[in-house]
Design a protein around this ligand. Structure first.
Ligand code: BGC
Length: 268
């Protein structure tokens, strides 16, 4: 009985054993939580970085010293060369790619009237272009190697929910919504799933300004039916679910992980 329970526990814990995942923007915030969760479940993980090489090295060390497998690669995911380098590294180090998590994202708040060309292009490149070509290049790899694969695009409640004063970010996330739906329909017959995980408010550096201002934080949390900002691990758990066999019938859709904020009756 004990053995059966142990076997069940082991099975339940290691859902991605011998699978390889890339997590863009994996060295901080939500990305880091996703990396830790997937590695804990047995995945080999490839993490890109542009800045903070030390944070990436520490994360890789944490994972490898706990018996997991991870590598850090200096790569800018807003360029196709950067994305190709990540995929080549996954294949070279671990033999194949099974899960592509397009998580990299930045947020610089402004309204339509305040927007300037350079900021708009930076946000679209990091948040949307990286996910678009990350999905394309991962799908090509999945099809070449055979056996299907999963793309998880980390969008936001703002893929569907206007946020005045944050328009370029909303445009990028709205683009991810249709990227996932269209690519999911195109790639389904080839066994490739494409799914958005859409976080609400999460305690990460992107939200530092709100989290460090008690009045703003209180206003935000009172708008969330579950009455708290999410810990990044809640998003890591959702990505694991989508990427593993448990999520096998999900594609061309979005899983919202938002504490109910989009349905709440109080505005932000
Ligand atoms: C944004 C946060 C915002 C949250 C809820 C996230 O996508 O990054 O700035 O607080 O959505 O509106």
């Amino acid at each position: 009985m004990v053995n059966v329970q142990n076997a069940i526990r082991r099975e339940a814990q290691m859902q991605l054993e011998n699978k390889t995942a890339i997590v863009t923007g994996g060295n901080s915030g939500i990305g880091e939580a996703i990396v830790r969760r997937l590695a804990q479940d047995g995945a080999n993980v490839v993490i890109d970085y542009v800045a903070r090489p030390d944070d990436t090295a520490d994360l890789v060390k944490d994972i490898t010293s706990a018996g997991g497998k991870a590598v850090g690669v200096e790569a800018d995911v807003s360029s196709l060369d950067g994305l190709r380098l990540l995929i080549d590294t996954a294949v070279r180090e671990f033999g194949r790619l099974d899960v592509m998590v397009n998580n990299a994202g930045i947020e610089k708040r402004h309204s339509l009237l305040e927007a300037d060309e350079e900021t708009f292009e930076t946000i679209i490149s990091v948040d949307l272009k990286s996910a678009f070509f990350g999905t394309q290049l991962a799908a090509k790899q999945f099809i070449t190697q055979g056996g299907g694969g999963v793309v998880v695009n980390v969008s936001s409640v703002h893929e569907d929910w206007p946020m005045p004063g944050n328009i370029s970010y909303c445009v990028a996330k709205g683009g991810m919504r249709m990227l996932t739906r269209t690519a999911g329909v195109e790639l389904g017959p080839q066994g490739v799933r494409v799914v958005n995980v859409a976080p609400g408010a999460v305690a990460t550096p992107i939200n530092d300004a709100t989290m460090n201002d008690p009045e703003q934080r209180e206003k935000l949390e009172s708008a969330i039916p579950l009455r708290k900002v999410a810990d990044p691990s809640a998003i890591g758990d959702a990505v694991l679910f989508v990427a593993s066999d448990a999520g096998r019938y999900l594609t061309a859709t979005t899983v919202f992980v938002d504490g109910g904020i989009m349905q709440g009756s109080v505005g932000l």
